[in-house]
Design a protein around this ligand. Structure first.
Ligand SMILES: CC(C)(COP(=O)(O)OP(=O)(O)OC[C@H]1O[C@@H](n2cnc3c(N)ncnc32)[C@H](O)[C@@H]1OP(=O)(O)O)[C@@H](O)C(=O)NCCC(=O)NCCS
Ligand SMILES: CC(=O)OC[C@H](N)C(=O)O
Length: 188
């Protein structure tokens, strides 16, 4: 069987014995990676038959677990999805390596035919986060549960609320704002 380093990285994020018996989301990720591998095969009868089985598996996982990861989306290695249900990605989204999604997450357009988000590496989305439109989520940023992201989020920042606002940046950024608060206190 062909090695798939992206899938191997996904599996490492499910750091447990027998994840297929415990985590519904791993089925969805497996089907997604399998679909990508099928697309990379040379055209021919074997790819046509595989595509038929892929399509059935995709619809089954989408319907039973409520996780829709279209194989046209580009998802980096090491994806982790906590829980399942109502997780929908637009087919054009781009997601970096080591990202984390949760139940209820949508990553898609703001209106039919509109542009879709691009996520950097190690981005973490809380439960029911909605990321919509031509937004870029920087590396290592976090989005709070139930937040609606309509604007870019800088690397390392945390965004919460609807519409989402940035509350914190990288540790360097947090230190900078903490020291400026102290300075202001000294001056009053
Ligand atoms: C966004 C998040 C990562 C922030 O965590 P944190 O950095 O520890 O931040 P804090 O808890 O100190 O909160 C900072 C501020 O943001 C607010 N906040 C935190 N999460 C929020 C959310 N999801 N929506 C709106 N406001 C939120 C807090 O009330 C606080 O506001 P305040 O400063 O006015 O008091 C975290 O709250 C979150 O939502 N994680 C997702 C976890 C999840 O989905 N769990 C479900 C598991 S199935
Ligand atoms: C429902 C819950 O709190 O799940 C916890 C899990 N570790 C997560 O990060 O999603």
């Amino acid at each position: 069987m062909t090695r798939d380093p992206d899938w191997e990285a996904d599996l490492r994020r499910y750091d447990m014995r027998r994840p297929f018996l415990k985590e519904q989301s791993i089925w969805a990720i497996w089907v997604y990676r399998w679909g990508r591998r099928i697309e990379a095969r040379p055209a021919g009868l074997s790819r046509k038959i595989a595509n038929l089985f892929y399509w059935l598996a995709f619809r089954l996982v989408e319907t039973v677990f409520g996780i829709s990861l279209p194989r046209t989306a580009r998802i980096g290695p090491g994806l982790r999805i906590w829980h399942f249900g109502n997780i929908f990605l637009h087919g054009d989204v781009v997601i970096g390596a080591g990202c984390t999604l949760r139940q209820g997450v949508t990553i898609g357009n703001r209106r039919e035919g509109g542009p879709v988000p691009v996520l950097g590496d190690n981005v973490e989305l809380g439960a029911y986060a909605q990321v919509l439109g031509a937004v870029h989520l920087g590396d290592g940023c976090k989005v709070g549960a139930m937040s609606v992201v309509l604007d870019d989020v800088p690397p390392g920042a945390t965004a919460v609320g609807a519409p989402a606002r940035v509350i914190a940046r990288t540790s360097a950024g947090s230190l900078a704002s903490a020291s400026s608060e102290l300075l202001q206190k000294d001056m009053t």
